[in-house]
Design a protein around this ligand. Structure first.
Ligand SMILES: [Zn+2]
Length: 194
């Protein structure tokens, strides 16, 4: 395993890609300084990536630089808004929400059709990302309203799926009865004209 990275000095950002700093897991460590009663524990929050365990503030700086280089600042703002509206993050600090959004951004979650928010997020901010994606209409036992999911989401979960309306994991039925009979041609493909 590679060592700790506590400064961006010496990192060649021009050679860095999103996958290099994609977060595999968060890390927590620290060191004690001082003697006896004056002993203090200095915590270190980090993220484990392909290039090493990067201190979280250093990592944020690197992620932001890559996002600016890609011209994706607006996409990041949209992700921050998305994170802010998640029911389990509204008590998080602004900084925590930003770190979470940066983690989502560097993992390119918006390009992954298995992501639970793939359709609503892209419908709102990046409709072009939905072109060529297989979208299936389902109705769930909780809300009884038609909702859209991707084929990859259905493959990821078996008989239950997160409801696009209320977010609860419940059983679903295909709205199009042809799909219940296993006819894959009932899958809809989105086409958009620009
Ligand atoms: Zn529901």
């Amino acid at each position: 395993m590679k060592g700790n990275i506590d400064s961006s000095a010496g990192i060649d950002i021009s050679g860095l890609s999103f996958s290099d700093i994609r977060v595999m897991t968060n890390t927590f460590s620290g060191k004690s300084i001082g003697e006896r009663r004056n002993k203090k524990f200095i915590p270190r929050l980090g993220v484990l990536t392909k290039i090493g365990d990067i201190e979280v503030d250093v990592w944020c700086g690197l992620a932001e630089e890559l996002i600016i280089r890609a011209g994706e600042e607006e996409l990041l703002e949209n992700l921050i808004l998305y994170v802010k509206n998640l029911p389990w993050t509204h008590r998080d600090s602004k900084k925590e929400q930003r770190v979470r959004a940066l983690q989502l951004h560097t993992s390119r979650i918006f390009d992954n059709p298995a992501w639970v928010s793939f359709i609503p997020f892209n419908e709102k901010w990046r409709p072009e990302a939905l072109i060529g994606i297989d979208i299936i209409e389902i109705t769930q036992s909780c809300c009884q309203m038609p909702g859209k999911v991707t084929k990859q989401q259905l493959e990821h979960y078996t008989d239950k799926i997160f409801c696009p309306h209320c977010g609860i994991l419940t059983k679903y039925q295909f709205t199009n009865t042809a799909l219940e009979e296993n006819k894959p041609d009932a899958v809809v493909q989105i086409t958009l004209d620009f």
